[in-house]
Design a protein around this ligand. Structure first.
Ligand code: MN
Length: 204
C-alpha cells in the first residue's frame, strides 16, 4: 500500500504563460481552465487513489488499466482528464510551427492536404455532441481524426495521440460563449503545435 499522505499526481506547469494564447484563448480562460478545472482533476484523482496500488502507477498506465471498469469510473474520469488536459496544453502554442516532412506526408496521404485536414478536424470537433475532445491520432500507420466524449482518450485504447482540442464548454465559453465553431477556427488555424505533433509521430 502507498503512503496515503503522498500526492502521487501533480499539476504540470503550462508550456507558456497564461496570457500567451491571447486573444485566441484569453488569460481569464486559462486561469480557470488550468488553475481550477485541471487542478481539480489532479486533486480529485489524488483523493481517489490515496492508499491504493493505483497511486504507484504512471498516469498513462493508470488510465489504461481502469478504462472500461465501471467500478473505477471516477478514477478513469479524473485520470483521463488530467492526462487529456496536459496533452491539450502541449498541443497549443502561440509560436507558428510546421509539421515535419514525415507528418506532412501522412497528412497529405490521409486527408489530401493540410487545408482538408483542418476542415475535417473543425467539422468533427464542432459535431461532438456535449462535452469531449477532438484528436489527431495514428492508427495502424495512418492518421485519423477522432472525437471522444467526456474523459475518454484514444490513448486508453492504445492509439498514439498527436494533437487534441478540448471542446468542453469550459474551454471556450468565457471567450466565445456558444460559438464553438469560432473557437475551433481560431485554435486550429493559429495555435496547433505541429512540432509537438511531429514529436509524437517520431516517438511512435
Ligand atoms: Mn477542459
Amino acid at each position: 500500500m502507498s503512503d496515503a499522505n503522498r500526492e502521487p499526481f501533480s499539476l504540470p506547469p503550462l508550456p507558456w504563460s497564461e496570457s500567451a494564447l491571447s486573444p485566441v484563448i484569453s488569460k481569464n480562460t486559462i486561469e480557470f481552465h488550468y488553475g481550477k478545472h485541471h487542478a481539480a482533476y489532479v486533486k480529485n484523482l489524488n483523493g481517489l487513489v490515496a492508499g491504493t496500488d493505483m497511486a504507484d502507477m504512471p498516469l498513462e498506465e493508470l488510465v489504461r488499466s481502469v478504462y472500461g471498469d465501471s467500478s473505477k469510473q471516477g478514477v478513469f474520469n479524473n485520470a483521463g482528464q488530467v492526462w487529456n488536459h496536459t496533452f491539450y496544453w502541449n498541443s497549443l502554442t502561440p509560436t507558428p510551427t510546421q509539421p515535419s516532412q514525415a507528418l506532412l506526408d501522412k497528412i497529405n496521404e490521409s486527408f489530401g492536404g493540410m487545408e482538408e485536414f483542418q476542415s475535417q478536424f473543425k467539422k468533427a470537433a464542432a459535431g461532438q455532441f456535449g462535452s469531449g475532445w477532438a484528436w489527431l491520432t495514428l492508427d495502424g500507420g495512418k492518421l485519423a481524426i477522432e472525437t471522444t466524449p467526456n474523459a475518454v482518450t484514444p490513448m486508453a485504447e492504445g492509439r498514439t495521440c498527436l494533437l487534441t482540442v478540448d471542446v468542453w464548454e469550459h474551454a471556450y465559453y468565457l471567450d466565445y460563449q456558444n460559438r464553438r465553431p469560432d473557437y475551433l477556427q481560431a485554435v486550429v488555424e493559429k495555435l496547433l503545435n505541429w512540432r509537438f505533433a511531429s514529436d509524437q509521430l517520431g516517438a511512435a
